[in-house]
Write a protein that binds this ligand. Structure first.
Ligand code: ADP
Length: 541
């Protein structure tokens, strides 16, 4: 027997329409390249999305076709998000920090028909314009005149494009399984792969993210996504904020600027923010240097790479801000796990509480997880056994665009994340490494992330990376590469002595190399691949 319930389609359009009707007065505040502080409401945002949808229809864009964006977080990008998805097109966000060859590959592979581009990225595209054959034209995300000087073909500025269009659009009834957005993985191995999100997946993901033990957004929160809108849809915050009517604050091109972030938090009363660990270092350093405060801020969501304990402690002890650690990936829309306290949290000792908080949290309802050994056998949830982390769920990528299932998809519908993890008895996951980065010392595994976290806890250390370097007896042994804070000094022996009693003896790195800087990927993560390349001739003493 079937249930007798209406089968309304779960679409991004339903989020937009709900926000327009019930949260039309909620504000969207942005820093953009052309305006220090732009302010309007969801009602105005969606009226302009309707104008853009009319303009795209006039350009002859068809259902399912891709519209690419290379843009920071601001209100025009938000309008593009909703206009494209709700009109039945696919919003393909592109990371502008990728290498030009990768951007070219991604645009061509996705066959983007038009590109919407922040003025700052115009030179980057001008250098590629003879190669982006599929792209009919470029929309410069700026005021009238913003496209005047570019040599990009069919260039038009955003404001002129939408100027004469009506404020309403006949939004189509879409199938919830149709595509609404697209994002490529960063391609740390091989070419980037396209993940195509469906309306249904992102609506379910939005519900999940809004839950109290997850992002817990509401009409009375002011949320500032510092995670870029090109990084897995800013972790779905634009959809979630619209669904509940939270005020949105966008830092535009000033994402990594501690001063702007502080000013926006204080000026706009930001209560929740989210981003990768490196941006919080910039904010905390600024607060430390200037003595400025973030009085309204209550919660920070940190993910994308491991959050060092020092960041959590500084936020909490100096600023009274609770840090939630979260984990996910492009293939997971991106939310996998989120750290909120367990029911018995208050009964735990301080060290047990920290042990729980440093984990990436429990799977958000909707996501299933398991860890398996090299033979595929499931491992126990004892907090110690570590193995390959597999996931499945209704917002997890089933296959890649024009590639099909990858090596990571197994026959039972599980997706192998490429991460190595432990799970404790309460279900809290800890990421111990990427499969490619784990150090294999004489057949045993050493977690490079644990060693890095231990190293950065040293007051003289600004950043650390551990890679496996060739060892004649053990195959690989850990090599620690360290960047010191300006003015600090530390010897190899002092650094190694720091590990004593903090990690197993056989985990202690065999050597330390002091470096001026470490390589990072386009999303600001440590690039171990580049570091390994840089250190390929290194031999242990
Ligand atoms: P990229 O394309 O740069 O890999 P993703 O956002 O898809 O971008 O990256 C996902 C990967 O980032 C995960 O598989 C994991 O290795 C890492 N990651 C994400 N969040 C965390 C976290 N909280 N702690 C440790 N690693 C994380």
């Amino acid at each position: 027997m079937l249930g007798l319930i209406m089968n309304r389609q779960l679409t991004i359009t339903s989020i937009m329409e709900h926000a327009r009707k019930f949260h039309g007065d909620a504000e969207v505040v942005s820093v953009t390249a052309d305006q220090p502080l732009h302010r309007y409401t969801y009602r105005e945002a969606f009226a302009r999305s309707a104008r853009l949808a009319n303009a795209l229809a006039r350009l002859g864009i068809l259902q399912g076709e891709r519209i690419g964006t290379l843009a920071w977080n601001d209100y025009r990008h938000l309008e593009v998000y909703f206009a494209t998805s709700c009109a039945g097109f696919v919003c393909h966000t592109i990371n502008p920090r990728l290498f030009p060859e990768q951007i070219e590959y991604i645009v061509e592979h996705a066959e983007d028909r038009w590109l919407f581009v922040d003025p700052a990225f115009v030179p980057l595209l001008e250098a590629l314009k003879h190669r982006l054959g599929c792209v009919e034209g470029f929309v410069i995300l700026g005021p009238a005149g913003a496209a005047a000087k570019t040599t990009l073909r069919n260039a038009v500025d955003y404001e002129t494009l939408i100027a004469g269009e009506p404020d309403t659009f006949d939004w189509p009834e879409l199938d919830e399984n149709s595509a609404c957005a697209m994002c490529y993985t960063s391609g740390t191995t091989g070419n980037p792969k396209g993940v195509v999100y469906s309306h249904r997946a992102l609506v379910l993901h939005t519900y999940a993210c809004l839950m109290p033990d997850v992002m817990s957004l509401s009409a009375r929160e002011v949320v500032m996504p510092v995670v870029p809108m090109f990084h897995v849809n800013a972790w779905s915050i634009p959809y979630g904020a619209a669904a509940v009517g939270a005020k949105l604050v966008f830092p535009g091109p000033k994402m990594g600027d501690g001063e702007t972030l502080q000013r926006l938090i204080e000026g706009e009363g930001v209560t929740v923010t989210a981003g990768v660990p490196t941006v919080w270092l910039a904010l905390l350093t600024h607060l430390d240097r200037t003595g400025k405060q973030v009085p309204s801020l209550r919660r920070v969501i940190v993910g994308g790479s491991a959050c060092p304990r020092t960041i959590m402690e500084e936020f909490e002890h100096e600023h009274g801000v609770h840090v939630h650690h979260a984990w996910g990936m492009t293939e997971m829309s991106p939310m996998g796990t989120f750290n909120s306290p367990s029911a018995d949290f208050d009964t735990l000792s301080s060290e047990e509480q920290w042990a729980q908080r440093l984990r990436v949290g429990r799977p958000v309802y909707g996501v299933e997880v398991k860890i398996v050994d090299a033979a595929g056998k499931e491992l126990p949830w004892d907090g110690v056994s570590f193995g390959a982390l597999k996931v499945r769920g209704p917002w997890i990528c089933a296959e890649y665009f024009r590639i099909g299932k990858g090596d990571a998809h197994d026959d039972e519908g599980w997706f192998e994340t490429g991460d190595v993890a432990t799970i404790d008895r309460r279900g809290y996951v800890a990421i111990t490494d990427r499969t490619k980065d784990v150090i294999k010392s004489g057949g045993e595994w050493i977690s490079s992330i644990d060693l890095e976290n231990t190293a950065v806890a040293h007051p003289a250390v600004a950043e650390a990376a551990v890679i496996g370097a060739y060892h004649p007896r053990w195959d690989e042994r850990p090599l620690l590469c360290v960047v010191l804070h300006p003015g600090e000094q530390l010897t190899r022996e002092e650094m190694l002595a720091w590990f004593e009693g903090k990690v197993a003896k056989w985990w202690v790195p065999d050597d330390v190399v002091f470096v001026d800087g470490l390589p990072h990927t386009a999303t600001g993560k440590l690039s171990k691949k580049d570091l390994r390349e840089r250190m390929k001739d290194y031999r242990f003493p």
